[in-house]
Ligand binder design. Structure first.
Ligand code: PLP
Length: 388
């Protein structure tokens, strides 16, 4: 083991089973380890570096803000967060934004808004939030409670009460639950990322959207992983024709700096008042300046290119030896392989390709602007590894 790996193991809490790779530097979709070995980055920091490593426009935006003011607290106005909020509202038709620092916090805000709205409009006993089995909504005690995967819960009870999980695709289960329980909100991922890159069936999404509207139940869409162009739409709910009341996002929004956002529709825009919620770092000017650079580039041409690149990956892998199926949308792809996904990822790593797993799938979340030739090079490696 190298000195770095020894030091890391000695001093950093052992929550991460890191691969023995020390990343030193990178550019775009290529990174280099401390030995100078090149890797193609097919994970982009779990969908965070939307335009790749050290992207010139993002670096320029962040650096310019760094020389002006790095932080001022939310007691004062600063320009980057207002500009970013305006851009997000214009691209979605949502009315207001609350900024935080991570996906879990963006979901915490969404949950607080839903609880307060329901308490005010439907009574104090209306607080239950329904989420889907196999969902992932974060690691705080409340977002863990929202996460529909028991194995994350076991060691940390009691969790925040008021969350119930239903199987995705089962409208009867959702209807029955809403008859027996007062439900404040339904919270979904359009494509469950950590759960195995599992898109909702289009008909189920449509029926769910209509049902919650009829029942005056709020719809929260967790776009932490699927958002900001990842699926070939600005937000994945747009692929499903849904009209959420609240949208949470993070990961790719900041392009590499910590930033979460909770988008509020006109219906709930004034639910939170002065003092109801806050975040010391939320809306940080540097993170928001970087995010403005990211969001300003997510236009129709970029989204069409994300869909095209996704098709390129599919066309190379579809029907190939050792590949069972491909799920996902745009550049959020899950590959079911004959070999265990972890084995494929390790073999790819040895051959200079960094990929992710999600449950039993190999998961790809490359930068939205990954050049076609580099993308094809990485997919060829994955294809060869799966065929062996
Ligand atoms: C990653 C993720 C989260 C948690 O985000 P953090 O920034 O790690 O708190 C929440 N929801 C979804 C769908 C995610 O993929």
């Amino acid at each position: 083991m190298t000195n770095l790996q020894q030091k890391d193991r000695q001093y950093i809490a052992s929550t991460y089973a890191r691969f023995p790779v020390e990343i030193a530097t990178g550019k775009g979709s290529e990174v280099y380890d401390t030995n100078g070995k090149r890797y193609i980055d097919m994970g982009s920091g779990i969908g965070v570096t939307s335009f790749g490593i050290a992207d010139d426009a993002w670096v320029a935006a962040v650096s310019a803000q760094l020389g002006r003011v790095q932080h001022m607290s939310n007691l004062y106005y600063t320009e980057p967060c207002a500009n970013l909020a305006e851009m997000l509202c214009e691209k979605t038709g949502m009315s207001k934004v609350f900024f935080s620092n991570s996906g879990a916090e963006a979901n915490e805000c969404a949950i607080k808004v839903a609880r307060k709205y329901a308490a005010e409009h439907k009574g104090a006993d209306c607080y239950t939030i329904v989420t889907l089995e196999n969902s992932f909504h974060g690691r705080t005690l409340t977002t863990l409670a929202a996460t529909g995967q028991d194995h994350y819960h076991e060691l940390f009870r009691p969790l925040t009460p008021g969350f119930v999980h239903v199987p995705a695709g089962d409208m009867d289960a959702l209807r029955a639950l809403c008859e027996s329980t007062k439900v404040a909100a339904v919270m979904i991922e359009c494509i469950r990322g950590e759960g195995g890159v599992l898109p909702l069936e289009a008909e189920y999404a449509k029926a769910l959207g209509e049902f919650v509207r009829e029942q005056d139940i709020l719809l929260i869409v967790d776009e932490v992983q699927t958002g900001n162009g990842r699926t070939g739409a600005m937000y994945a709910y747009m692929n499903f024709g849904l009209t959420p009341d609240i949208v949470s996002t993070a990961k790719g929004l900041g392009g590499g700096l910590p930033l979460g956002a909770t988008l509020l529709s006109a219906k709930v825009e004034n639910t939170l008042g002065f003092g109801d919620h806050g975040s010391t770092f939320g809306g940080n000017p540097i993170a928001c300046a970087g995010a403005c650079s990211v969001v300003s580039r997510i236009d129709d041409a970029l989204l069409a290119d994300v869909r095209r690149k996704g098709e390129l990956v599919r066309s190379m892998l579809q029907g190939a030896k050792g590949i069972e199926s491909i799920s996902g949308m745009g550049l959020m792809l899950g590959i079911k392989t004959e070999k265990p996904a972890g084995e494929v990822v390790r073999a790819c790593m040895a051959r200079g390709v960094l990929a992710l797993t999600a449950k039993d799938k190999v998961r790809l979340l490359p930068a939205l602007n990954i050049p076609d030739d580099i993308l094809a090079e990485a997919v060829s490696v994955i294809k060869e590894v799966c065929a062996q």
